[in-house]
Structure formats: C-alpha cells, structure tokens
Design a binder for this molecule. Structure first.
Ligand SMILES: [Zn+2]
Length: 221
C-alpha cells in the first residue's frame, strides 16, 4: 500500500510489513499555538549551538524550518543513531550529499507534513558532519521519545551496505562532541532500535553491529 511504500522511501521507520507508520507528526503535546507564531528558542538550547567542524545547514537546505510545526528543544539527555534506510547511498562528494540531505528534508516536510527534516545531524560516508534540524528545535526521529533526544542520521541503508571506516570515525567524533557539550552519558546514546518503544530495523544490522563493537571496545565516545 502507499503508506508502506513511503515507509521504505522516507527513511528509518519500520521496514517490516504490516506495521503501522507514525503519523504525520509524532503524537506529542504541541508547544506552539496555531496561527504560525514563531517558536521561542529554548532557554537552554540556544541558536548558537553549532559544533566545531560541523557544516552549517545553509550548505544543503533549500528551505527553513516551519516555525508553526516544530517545538522548542528541551535539555538534551539522549542521542539516537539512525540510518536513512533508503536506496544504498555511496556518494561522498559534497554536492551529492547535500542533495541527498535536501531530498530527505523535502520528504519529511512534503510527505510527512513535518516542520523540517527530522534529524539534528547527518554524518556522510566520507565522515563529514552536517547540521540538519537546528538543535534549538525538538527533533522527529523516535516515536514518543523526541523531547531532549538528539537525532543523528548516518546516510545509507545499513541493512544493505556497510558503513565506511570514515563514516564510523565521523560518527565517533560527532558523538564525542555532543556528549561532551550536553553532558550526555554513554548509556544514553542509543540506536533507534534500542528504544523499547521502537519497532524498526534502524540503523540496520551492519551499523548496529559496528556500534555494538565500538561500545565493547570503549570507542563509541
Ligand atoms: Zn531511525
């Protein structure tokens, strides 16, 4: 059916058939009154939260977050790792990566009706990190568990391809920076499928196994 097809195309929702997809918006209380008023930035997560070495959003985005459809971020306490689950993606040049991130944003906004791309950061196959949804806004990436949860997307489909060494290294660097800045302990860095409320293969067996190994060897953060 159409929705199942969208699930395959749009990213890290469950790829198993017969399971429902999340709705157009995660069913959480909306902090914003209707009428399109701007979302006030959280008092604790400010607009100036860019991380060193992370490419700014204007390198890829062709649209701004829709203020009436995003909530302010609360104090970050978890990080969740995802894959996109789409057609395997091998490109490393910045132009193709930028186009892929924009493709995901446009699907999240156009098909799912969200206010922006669901994730806060993206790590590409060459190990670059890109800012996605501004961290001052709550993400849309783990159903029922978005408040205080930073979403990190590793570009690719790791059910069908393996992450590159550079991508894993880039993920590690980003996780260290985020966990340090927001004082998030390693035990609160999860993959999507590790949330008990989630019903998904995300981030794919070939990334999940590498993250398991990084934890065992003490190299995740
Ligand atoms: Zn996911």
């Amino acid at each position: 059916m159409m929705l199942a097809g969208l699930g395959l195309l749009v990213g890290c929702a469950s790829r198993q058939s017969g399971r429902s997809l999340p709705g157009a918006l995660w069913p959480e209380p909306r902090a914003v009154a209707s009428g399109g008023t701007a979302v006030p930035p959280s008092s604790r997560v400010t607009a100036g939260s860019g991380l060193p070495g992370v490419l700014p959003r204007d390198n890829w985005a062709r649209g701004n977050p829709i203020a009436s459809k995003v909530n302010p971020m609360t104090t970050p306490h978890h990080i969740t790792i995802h894959h996109d689950g789409m057609t395997p993606f091998h490109a490393t040049n910045a132009r193709d990566v930028a186009a892929q991130i924009e493709r995901i944003r446009s699907m999240h906004v156009g098909n799912r009706g969200w206010g922006d791309i669901g994730y806060h950061y993206v790590v590409d196959r060459s190990g670059r990190s890109w800012s996605a949804r501004p961290i001052r806004y709550q993400g849309a990436h783990v159903q029922y568990q978005n408040p205080g949860n930073i979403g990190v997307l590793c570009l690719g489909n790791f059910e069908e391809q393996s992450p590159s060494r550079q991508q894993l290294s880039g993920l590690h660097v980003l996780l260290v920076a985020l966990s340090t800045r927001y004082r998030i302990p390693e035990r609160n860095i999860l993959t999507h499928q590790e949330w008990s409320t989630a019903n998904t293969l995300c981030p794919g067996r070939n990334l999940q196994s590498r993250i398991d190994a990084m934890r065992r060897s003490g190299t995740l953060v």
